[in-house]
Ligand binder design. Structure first.
Ligand SMILES: *Cc1c(COP(=O)(O)O)cnc(C)c1O
Length: 367
């Protein structure tokens, strides 16, 4: 069989105006030349033949790169992957100089609150806790601060931040802006486009999407920040495994279809849950796959456990399977989160099945 080698044939550059659905499928693949595999192989190696760019497994891996190119293209910046979301958050907080002030909302992921509190307790930084919904107050708090940190929508209160106004205000006060975009994903919110300097992800959630990997990422528009973040990863060693990066890339390729479906189901659930006697409130930011329902106290919320056959009682979110959790079961959760708040992570099961399963459980606890 005649073979022809096209290895030197130029591949047209990816167009900048491609839709995210196309970007997630086409980015991070080997060149379109004969006998190349369809996927970047899982590069299992601790070291490299010396003299190149990589040198050692803690500095780089082609499986990470394929994932980073894809998430970076979606967010519009340079992506650096980490062993977990919390490792990515640690790397970003490491950019705050000793003695620096960080402004952060009270309603943040408990692990983030823990990191900030821990750094403050050891005297490395000080934290100004704010209410993210009060945009003016948040901006005022950034005076003299090194960094404004927030997530939007917040976990699990689901408050949505005005990223453009907050970024402009924080920048005017000389503060860096970092946004945890885990809940919205770059398909619903692009903080870098809105003026933020750094985006953080727990790729453990919707990005990988199958509850089988822990991974995180930082995305930056500025090369100096990206270099600094790579430096933190190389020094701290919180690197993802090549296999995890492969799984995360495989997951992100279907993120648009998964999110569209989960979001449509979330909307259906919000409609069908409205006015249920077991519920004091249904919170939904209008997009995404996370819904928070508020029951009349911790007791009926805890009574949901064991009463559903499809919904799984578990922490974490963003997987193909629907899960629920009363957030205040964690002692570290903010006391301003209602005791009866149950966070729903809507998966890919049929909306009618999910609604029926949840409604019969709510009927039971409503008495
Ligand atoms: C889960 C989560 C994190 C932490 O990520 P891990 O991958 O679990 O370390 C950070 N931020 C948000 C919003 C999360 O939901």
């Amino acid at each position: 069989m005649p073979t022809e080698h096209h290895a030197d044939a130029p591949r047209p550059a990816l167009r900048a105006d491609l839709h995210p659905e196309t970007v997630v499928v086409t980015t991070g693949r080997p060149a379109h030349v004969p006998d190349q595999p369809m996927n970047v192989p899982i590069h299992l190696t601790s070291t490299y033949v010396a003299g190149g760019d990589l040198e050692y497994g803690r500095y780089g891996n082609a499986s990470w790169t394929a994932f980073e190119q894809t998430l970076g293209a979606l967010e519009g910046g340079r992506c650096v992957s980490f062993a977990s979301g919390i490792a990515a958050i640690a790397a970003v907080l490491d950019l705050v100089p000793v003695g620096g002030i960080v402004v952060a909302p009270r309603h943040s992921y408990t692990g983030t609150v823990g990191q900030l509190a821990d750094r403050e307790a050891s005297g490395r930084i000080s934290v100004r806790w704010v209410d993210l919904t009060d945009t003016d107050a948040v901006i005022a708090a950034t005076e003299g601060a090194a960094m404004l940190w927030f997530e939007s929508p917040t976990n699990p209160a689901l408050e949505v931040a005005d990223i453009a106004t907050l970024s402009a205000g924080a920048h005017a006060n000389g503060a860096l802006v970092a946004v945890d975009n885990t809940f919205a994903t770059p398909l619903r919110q692009r903080p870098l486009t809105d003026g933020a300097d750094l985006v953080v992800h727990s790729a453990t959630k919707s990005i990988s999407g199958h509850s089988d990997v822990l991974m995180g990422a930082v995305v930056a528009t500025d090369d100096d920040y990206a270099h600094a973040i790579v430096g933190r990863r190389s020094l701290g060693g919180a690197i993802p495994s090549a296999f995890d990066a492969f799984l995360a890339l495989r997951g992100i390729r279907t993120l648009p279809v998964r999110l569209d479906r989960a979001e449509a189901t979330a909307r259906t659930l919000v409609e069908r849950l409205a006015g249920h006697p077991a519920l004091a409130e249904v919170r939904y930011p209008g997009f995404g796959s996370i819904v928070s329902i508020v029951l009349h106290g911790a007791e009926p919320a805890d009574a949901l456990v064991g009463r559903t056959s499809l919904w799984i009682h578990a922490t974490s979110l963003g997987g193909v399977e629907s899960t629920f959790e009363r957030r205040r079961r964690w002692p570290a959760e903010a006391e301003t989160i209602p005791a009866g708040l149950v966070r729903l992570s809507v998966g890919l099961e049929h909306a009618d099945d999910l609604a029926a399963d949840l409604l019969q459980a709510l009927d039971a606890v409503a008495g």
